[in-house]
Design a binder for this molecule. Structure first.
Ligand SMILES: [Zn+2]
Length: 418
């Protein structure tokens, strides 16, 4: 059914916004419902502002199962002693309810699209589709370099693509290469060729730690970015998470190839991985969006805190308060993120996909309201989001998400059986 959002603040104006077939169809001072000639669902939005929703470019949603476990320990110790042993025990129920619970938190902070990398593709996709948000999903391929495993990789990729295609909408597959240090050139070649054949994004972790970059240079004489390029993986479909230890020439190379980065400021700070150079990235024209990373290393799925953290971190790292202004980081979290997921959303404009949020202008962080975007970046919290809409469907209204109680109960239950 069509959706008519009435009397929402859009920039300096008040507008009615009509959504048809999942896209913004009309944006006008007033649209009379009776004139539409077909029934529509009316959403009263007086006192609310309409804004684009957020695209979360790097996540492991089901890792919310491990939230609070092994915090404040070094990355490799944490992975070896806490996360990997637990991940080996995950059942389909863990993945399904963990992902769905993670999606609740995303919807509550106005995220309607996510690039997620995790295990058990079938259960993950089922949960994402059920949640109502959009997902571009990649399996974190990590395999030993023997020929049987390589054959399985081809079979798995085919199977995952068929699964993704079985959903009518909102679900896309990407090809996951967990990282250079957990994969081999042979398997990366298979991933590259599969992605190329099917025009899929490639998702990986790149230059997240100094150790990763140093070991890559020591072993191959190339930086991680140079190695990906030598293997013909760097192109406009390449989305690498983190990119902290990129050199100036790495950034130039990524720009030349049209490759992009998912910047995850909270995760990078919590794990003391380093600082993504926002100023150098913007100056070079590098494409990037924002990601929360998994809830084990953040520990939130909250784009308000990512925007604020990214902006503050960029300023202190560059010793320049003009670096990463509010308007720029808001576009990074919205328009740029959707673009990198190849989604025609991230703006409130006729013809765009109807992904948006309605924020409560009475929320304490948005008062007195001199500059809405500045307030959203520096002062607001997810609680200002009254309504979240994805693909023209209302997922949350007055902060209520249908089915939330049942999901929380089931999630607590499976998390207790880790
Ligand atoms: Zn990650």
């Amino acid at each position: 059914m069509d959706l008519l959002i009435q009397q929402a603040r859009l920039g300096p104006d008040v507008r009615d916004v009509l959504v048809q077939d999942g896209r913004f169809a009309r944006i006008e001072p007033q649209i009379v419902p009776d004139s539409l000639g077909r029934p529509c669902h009316i959403l009263e939005a007086t006192g609310l502002a309409i804004l684009p929703s957020f695209a979360n470019l790097h996540c492991h949603a089901a890792m919310v199962l491990f939230r609070g476990l092994g915090d404040d320990t070094p990355l490799h110790e944490w992975l070896n002693n806490v996360i990997w042993p637990m991940e080996r025990r995950l059942t389909g129920d863990h993945i399904y309810w963990g992902t769905l619970f993670g999606c609740l938190e995303m919807i509550r902070s106005g995220i309607t699209a996510v690039h997620d990398m995790y295990w058990q593709t079938a259960q993950s996709l089922r949960a994402f589709y059920q949640s109502g948000i959009r997902v571009c999903f990649s399996h974190p391929n990590i395999i030993p370099p023997d020929s049987a495993a390589l054959a399985n990789l081809r079979r798995d990729l085919e199977e995952h693509l068929a699964l993704a295609k079985s959903y009518p909408t909102r679900v896309e597959l990407a090809v996951g290469i967990h990282a250079l240090y957990t994969t081999t050139p042979e398997m990366r070649a298979i991933c590259r060729d599969f992605a190329h054949t099917h025009d899929l994004l490639v998702h990986t972790h790149i230059s997240e730690t100094r150790r990763e970059a140093d070991e890559c240079i020591a072993a191959t004489g190339k930086t991680p970015a140079e190695l990906f390029d030598a293997e013909r993986l760097l192109n406009e479909n390449f989305l690498g998470a983190h990119g902290i230890w990129l050199s100036d020439s790495d950034r130039q190379l990524l720009v030349k190839r049209g490759a992009a980065i998912a910047h995850c400021p909270s995760s990078n700070m919590k794990l003391a991985s380093g600082v993504f150079n926002d100023k150098a990235a913007r100056t070079a024209g590098l494409r990037f969006g924002l990601g929360t990373d998994g809830a084990s290393s953040n520990n939130r799925y909250d784009m308000f805190s990512e925007m604020r953290t990214a902006a503050l971190l960029a300023k202190v790292a560059s010793d320049d308060p003009t670096t990463c202004p509010a308007g720029a980081i808001f576009r990074t979290a919205t328009r740029d993120g959707f673009q990198l997921l190849r989604l025609d959303a991230g703006e409130i404009a006729v013809g765009k996909l109807a992904d948006c949020i309605l924020v409560d202008l009475d929320h304490s962080g948005l008062v007195p309201g001199h500059d809405l975007i500045s307030d959203l970046v520096y002062a607001a919290t997810p609680e200002c989001v009254d309504t979240t809409i994805c693909n023209g469907q209302v997922l949350m209204r007055h902060r209520q998400i249908p089915g939330e109680e049942e999901i929380r109960r089931a999630f607590r239950d499976v998390a207790a059986r880790l």
